[in-house]
Design a binder for this molecule. Structure first.
Ligand code: ATP
Ligand code: MG
Length: 139
């Protein structure tokens, strides 16, 4: 296994519900290093660009409105096998189907309001990290 980096987002639903510290505690408990972190509000266009892979899906408008509705916390996480490990820590997209002990199972409200994002592959992780962070922020 190699040391990897992945992009994680605490989505506006979770930030708005005051769950930022709880989720960051879970990140530390799972032994990720937080390489970079920032709080920002995505513009609608920025959210559309970020989730462009889903532009044909029926939920695209709702998803990008939700993601740009309030502050999000965007992070680069590092660990051995970080991409799969963070997806395991989050749990399945739909909180109702997520495994016990995962963030989405314990904190998520619905398939849309599921608290966190995680990159799904090495190529998407690299693209998503550079969507939000410059080289100097990742040193
Ligand atoms: P993410 O990319 O945010 O980490 P994911 O990879 O688990 O989530 P995707 O299929 O990439 O799931 O969907 C992106 C996001 O779109 C979901 O996390 C969720 O917020 C929203 N979403 C997915 N499916 C639906 C749906 N059927 N209805 C409403 N929103 C949805
Ligand atoms: Mg996804």
């Amino acid at each position: 296994m190699a040391v990897e980096r992945t992009l994680a987002i605490i989505k506006p639903d979770a930030v708005g519900r005051g769950l930022t510290a709880d989720i960051i505690s879970r990140i530390h408990a799972a032994k990720f290093q937080i390489v970079a972190i920032k709080s920002l509000r995505l513009g609608k266009k920025q959210a559309e660009g970020f989730y462009a892979v889903h532009r044909e899906r029926p939920f695209f408008g709702e998803l990008t409105a939700f993601m740009s509705a309030g502050k999000a916390v965007v992070m680069v996480l590092e660990a051995e096998n970080a991409i799969a490990k963070w997806r395991d820590t989050m749990g399945a997209t739909d909180p109702a189907k997520a495994a016990h002990g995962t963030i989405r199972k314990e904190l998520g409200e619905s398939i849309q309001y599921n608290c966190t994002h995680g990159s799904d592959a090495a190529e998407t992780a690299a693209a998503e990290i550079s969507y939000f962070f410059s080289g100097a922020e990742l040193a």
